[in-house]
Design a protein around this ligand. Structure first.
Ligand code: IPE
Ligand code: IPE
Ligand code: MG
Length: 230
């Protein structure tokens, strides 16, 4: 089995990474953002065409305002400095999640970033911000009801905020927790799951390579007795 078409990463453990170093939680988020920049670049070089990273869940919006303000500042920094780099590399940016939940100036920066990178046809980077898998499914159901459309699995997939991206092949979660925390619930139906004990800022490119190796050794049967290709 070759490289996965679509990899999701739950970037967990920034706060504990900082705590261990007696640093404020926000220092962990900054280190996490820096790691994300390099890791995503590495993953694209490995030939992965679709990456979705979990940056902020709907549930995270219940965190103290001071932490959210720091995260929002990091998002502002990211979306105002990285778009040219993505565009140059032919990477299309998509941000999934409810934009009404985040400050409007960030929503504007995201809109500009998506427009700037819209022609990217080498790979897609989706960033989940203010995102919840259940919320996304319910929003898609409501859309279908409004439009009086009966759904198939395929058409429903297209109605989700990840519509147009392939189903998730590999889901990596760092931070030593073994749960999905409302990430890509529908999309992950047949994803291979890899849980790393490392906190996200410590998760190296080599760790990612090992996850790919682990993935490629797995026997994905999709309910069959043998692999589809066998
Ligand atoms: C993940 O790191 C980033 C976000 C959820 C925004 P955490 O902030 O959850 O880090 P821990 O789990 O407290 O270590
Ligand atoms: C999941 O991490 C969300 C992100 C990484 C953005 P959390 O730290 O919010 O997950 P729980 O609360 O431990 O399940
Ligand atoms: Mg966490």
């Amino acid at each position: 089995m070759g490289v996965p078409c679509h990899v999701g990463i739950i970037m967990d453990g920034n706060g504990r990474w900082a705590k261990k170093r007696l640093l404020p939680r926000l220092a962990g988020h900054r280190a996490g953002m820096q790691r994300m920049l390099a890791l995503v670049e590495h993953a694209f070089l490995c030939g992965i065409k679709n990456i979705t990273v979990f940056a902020l869940s709907c549930e995270n919006l219940s965190r103290p305002q001071s932490e959210l303000d720091g995260l929002f500042d990091l998002f502002r920094e990211y979306f105002s400095t990285q778009m040219e780099n993505l565009a140059q590399k032919g990477i299309r940016l998509r941000v999934i999640g409810d934009r009404a939940l985040i400050p409007s100036d960030i929503a504007d920066l995201i809109g500009a970033g998506e427009a700037r990178t819209a022609a990217g046809d080498k790979a897609t980077l989706a960033i989940a911000i203010g995102y919840g898998g259940r919320q996304d499914i319910v929003a898609a159901c409501n859309r279908a009801v409004r439009e009086q459309r009966e759904m198939t699995v395929e058409s429903f997939s297209e109605t989700l905020s990840t519509g147009g991206m392939p189903a998730l092949d590999l889901l990596i979660r760092t931070g030593d927790e073994k749960r999905i925390s409302n990430f890509l619930l529908f999309e992950a139906a047949y994803a291979e799951l890899i849980f790393s004990a490392k906190m996200f800022p410590d998760f190296t490119d080599q760790d990612f390579d090992e996850a790919l190796k682990d993935y490629s050794a797995r026997d994905r049967r999709f309910g069959r007795i043998r692999r589809q290709s066998d």
